[in-house]
Design a protein around this ligand. Structure first.
Ligand SMILES: N[C@@H](CCC(=O)N[C@@H](CS)C(=O)NCC(=O)O)C(=O)O
Length: 234
């Protein structure tokens, strides 16, 4: 019987199935990257809801696993060498799960680095820039009189969408015919930009037809449909 009691996070979120991978998350664009990949792989896992309403991400139990107080985070009882592995940062988790399962990442070295390149493009560009645009368009920042900060993030988001659109021209997915963790990292953010952040017309999404075409294919995948709702909000 697997014992995860050495990890304080399991006191607040007890593992009903300690032999399964434990996911601590919320269905946000960063959170669903991991639930979508888990659904795609079919790995058995147990999702736990980290509620922002009750500031769960600030609790000592959560901070014991991720001192950066952000979802998603995982605890894999079957980590490297058969020992439990705790991990935070969605990009690191995607790489770990792709390597663990041997899926959604090209096997050849060059293809692997290229996939990591586009994953980093999402982690360092699309995520942070779209996130700031969300703040200035939908949340507290929308009331700021000075529109220059918002416009800066609109311009940068448009530039990033242009890079992505060009990459997708003549390719089904970011890596071509292969659907990879680069797609799983990127499209939840595009979906969020147009949907939850209500910034589709602001960034002129119609100017990026390859991006919207690939987004449609992404959200039509059954594993994506399921992953977008995991963990279920309370
Ligand atoms: N770079 C991190 C970012 C994670 C992140 O920003 N998570 C947000 C939700 S999408 C969060 O947990 N926010 C809670 C907080 O800041 O208190 C990753 O990709 O895992």
């Amino acid at each position: 019987m697997t014992d995860l009691s050495a990890f304080p996070i399991t006191q607040k979120w007890p593992a009903q199935h300690p032999e399964r991978l434990q996911l601590y998350s919320l269905p946000t664009p960063n959170g669903v990257k991991v639930s979508i990949l888990l659904e795609e792989t079919g790995l058995p896992y147990e999702p736990h809801l980290v509620s922002f309403e009750t500031q769960d991400q600030m609790s000592p139990a959560f901070l014991s696993l991720n001192p950066n107080n952000k979802i998603p985070a995982i605890l894999d009882p079957q980590g490297p060498g058969g020992k439990p592995l705790a991990l935070f940062e969605s990009g690191a988790i995607l790489v770990y799960l792709a390597e663990k399962t041997g899926r959604f990442m090209p096997q050849d070295a060059a293809g692997r680095y290229e996939t990591l390149q586009w994953l980093m493009f999402q982690m360092g560009g699309i995520g942070p820039m779209f996130g700031q645009l969300g703040f200035f368009n939908k949340f507290a920042g929308k009331d700021y009189e000075d529109k220059r900060p918002r416009d800066r993030y609109v311009a940068e988001s448009r530039r990033l969408l242009g890079v992505l659109d060009q990459r997708l021209t003549g390719r089904n997915w970011i890596m071509g015919d292969d659907y990879t963790i680069a797609d799983i990292a990127t499209f939840p953010w595009v979906r969020n930009l147009i949907g939850f952040y209500e910034a589709g017309s602001l960034v002129g999404i119609q100017d990026f037809p390859q991006v919207t075409r690939a987004l449609e294919a992404f959200v039509a995948r059954p594993a994506v449909m399921r992953g977008l709702g995991i963990p279920k909000r309370g």
